[in-house]
Write a protein that binds this ligand. Sequence first.
Ligand code: SF4
Length: 82
Amino acid sequence: MSQHIHCIVQNCHYWQQGNMCAANEILVATDKFGAQEPDDVDCSMVQQLTPQSAGTCMDTCCKTYVPKGSNKIKADNVQKMF
Ligand code: SF4
């Protein structure tokens, strides 16, 4: 099974030309969760996370986002596939 995620957040470490996400996995979460949890709480911990509900799409975020050049790129163990 191959991942196929489109994204227009061009300053993310995982963003690639053509508006593609090159992360091997991402965690989508509520904005509240994203704001509360540190960068190392991401895909590798997904089995331990409690599902939450959101209102509209504006209440959700990509928890895997990390800015290009950030020193936190390796914090979540997510791999860049291409
Ligand atoms: S990790 Fe999230 S923000 Fe970054 S390119 Fe992928 S989908 Fe977009």
